[in-house]
Write a protein that binds this ligand. Structure first.
Ligand code: NAI
Length: 277
């Protein structure tokens, strides 16, 4: 028996990376999944590969009418909506704040934050009517601590975490749970620096970044899919309003080998002793 038997999920950004890994996992656990993504080629190919329990809808998650159509497509196809995974994203505006244009600001916030608001806005009435639902959004460790990603990316992800908390308090009475996942460094095209990065470029990134990681490897899409599965399943029935860090220890601090020499030293303790009386 699968952990998601009978459930229907929409996964945005499901054509690639974390989203695609989660589509595979959810389907293996018995869910029917609608992939909503800008990438028609990748999204349709994955849906065709996985068969009749997966559909694809070309969707720009920053556009309200397309997000409304995405929710309607899932309910038209399968009659319900148990889980929305707001996961689509990109790196957004790069560089110094003084050189960031208002157009780049708007695009970054639309794709990374407005999309999450729109997803919750349109999915929650369906879930309220059926009396249950789980909304999950992909934030980032960059939303917890500054300095790990571009300015606006960090700000948008921080806002996704707080939106998760505030909305969870409203929707809890309707048995709708709202949680966020904060991934660390995950081997995907986004982390490799290009939306169309191929496997060899991603592998280079894995090899180059592994040593700096606490657990000696970067994360994989499956690591995040495992947390999404828990949050989508009934095992998390009393879990809401939280952000779950899945980062191989990154947010806790640097790997032991990068600590200052004195902190790793095995010398005996030195401290002032009171004079003998
Ligand atoms: P990815 O580039 O492999 O996948 C992102 C997907 O989102 C792509 O399929 C893309 O077509 C889709 N997308 C982008 N803009 C869209 C839009 N406006 N409408 C619909 N679909 C759109 O990247 P990855 O790494 O799987 O990213 C997934 C999420 O994880 C993002 O929200 C990202 O910010 C977040 N994240 C990723 C981390 C990493 O190290 N890879 C770390 C922390 C968070």
């Amino acid at each position: 028996m699968g952990q998601l038997d009978g459930k229907v999920a929409v996964i945005t950004g499901g054509a690639s990376g974390i989203g695609a890994g989660t589509v595979r996992r959810f389907v293996a656990e018995g869910a029917r999944v609608l992939i909503a993504d800008l990438d028609e080629g990748g999204g349709r190919a994955l849906a065709d590969e996985l068969g009749e329990n997966v559909a694809f809808l070309a969707t720009d998650v920053s556009k309200e009418e397309q997000v409304a159509a995405m929710v309607a497509e899932a309910t038209d196809l399968w009659g319900r909506l148990d889980c929305l995974f707001n996961n689509a994203g990109f790196g957004g505006a790069l560089g110094p704040i003084a050189k960031t244009t208002v157009e780049d600001y708007d695009l970054t916030m639309d794709v990374l934050l407005k999309s999450v608001f729109l997803g919750i806005k349109h999915a929650s009435p369906v879930m309220a009517e059926q009396g249950s639902g789980s909304i999950i959004s992909t934030a980032s460790v960059a939303g917890l601590r500054a300095g790990n990603a571009p300015h606006l990316y960090s700000v948008a992800k921080c806002a996704v975490i707080h939106l998760t908390r505030t909305v969870a308090l409203e929707l809890g009475e309707q048995n709708i749970r709202v949680n966020a996942i904060c991934p660390g460094f995950i081997a995907t095209p986004l982390a490799a620096g290009h939306p169309e990065a191929d496997e060899s470029r991603i592998q280079k990134m894995r090899d180059g970044s592994a040593r700096a990681q606490v657990m000696g490897r970067v994360g994989e899409a499956a690591d995040i899919a495992n947390m999404a599965l828990f949050l989508a399943s009934d095992d998390s029935a009393w879990v809401t309003g939280q952000e779950f860090v899945v980062d191989g220890g990154f947010a806790a601090g640097p790997a032991w080998s990068r600590w200052p020499e004195f902190a790793r030293s095995e010398r005996p303790i030195r401290h002032h002793r009171p004079p003998d009386r």
